[in-house]
Design a protein around this ligand. Structure first.
Ligand SMILES: [Zn+2]
Length: 53
């Protein structure tokens, strides 16, 4: 199963700003697709909800 990636806008809670980042898409226990990346400025983990799998 190929890893899915997501590239786009994430909201960084530490910078309190939107950041462009690229990360992996994961599916949580509820079947929601989430993109996970790291803020290119401060290194904080970023999560973005993409919707139902
Ligand atoms: Zn940040």
């Amino acid at each position: 199963m190929a890893e899915e990636t997501y590239e786009g806008e994430f909201y960084c809670v530490k910078c309190k700003a939107k950041r462009e980042a690229k990360g992996n898409v994961v599916v949580n226990a509820k079947g929601t697709r989430m993109a996970k990346a790291k803020c290119p400025v401060c290194g904080t983990n970023l999560n973005r909800i993409l919707g139902k799998a």
